[in-house]
Design a protein around this ligand. Structure first.
Ligand SMILES: O=P(O)(O)OC[C@H]1O[C@H](OP(=O)(O)OP(=O)(O)O)[C@H](O)[C@@H]1O
Ligand code: HPA
Length: 181
């Protein structure tokens, strides 16, 4: 049903699983004996976080934070708000922030700076998608699933007006979807 709104699939379900295995293995190797704390940024991170953690073979924990940067469709208003904070301390923890996408770089810069300010021992970022052409602030994630061009994408956690997060792939919407009402 949702697929009728999709112009093109950019990253399919099998690719997402392969990406998650590769990143999970890399994190497992890099964080030996470190018991990392993985912090997922809601709402978009959920499908990717759920897939990724299956492939991290370490003593690790995960927690969730909610940060909103986009309001009313496809435009960033350049305003990052923490709408659900962590319940635990990050002091002296090796933190890995899990994201569905790094686009302008605003969200990730704000969250990384906050966690370092709160005393994290290290903060790295794992993202399913990286859109470097969207940057308004420099940021290079350490663990990148796939680099995409400057297109608005939906699916596997990414939404357009709240919808499409539940597709098992990442794709581009048909123009007609934006022109509705
Ligand atoms: O690099 P940026 O331009 O800051 O964009 C990336 C952020 O935007 C989206 O979150 P959003 O604020 O839309 O919230 P959501 O995860 O609930 O969709 C996405 O999940 C990232 O967290
Ligand atoms: O391309 C995108 N799609 C959905 N949400 C987003 N948040 C930043 N970039 C995007």
């Amino acid at each position: 049903m949702l697929e009728k709104d999709i112009e093109r699939i950019l990253v399919d379900q099998d690719e997402i699983i392969e990406i998650s295995k590769r990143l999970g293995k890399q994190i497992t190797e890099d964080y030996q004996n470190k018991k990392p704390l993985i912090i997922g940024l809601l709402n978009g991170c959920l499908p990717f976080l759920a897939e990724l953690i299956k492939h991290i073979d370490l003593y690790c924990e995960y927690e969730l934070m909610s940060v909103q940067s986009y309001h009313g469709g496809t435009k960033s208003v350049g305003n990052v708000k923490i709408t659900k904070d962590l319940d635990i301390s990050v002091e002296n923890r090796h933190v890995i922030i899990a994201e569905d996408i790094v686009d302008t770089g605003r969200t990730i810069n704000v969250v990384k700076d906050l966690l370092l300010y709160r005393g994290a021992a290290s903060v790295e970022v794992v993202t399913l998608l990286d859109k470097p052409a969207g940057r308004v602030e420099p940021f290079i994630p350490k663990y990148i699933g796939v680099t995409i061009p400057k297109l608005f994408v939906v699916g596997f956690g990414l939404d357009y007006e709240g919808f499409y997060r539940n597709t098992p792939y990442v794709g581009i919407l048909k123009e007609s979807v934006y022109n509705k009402d």
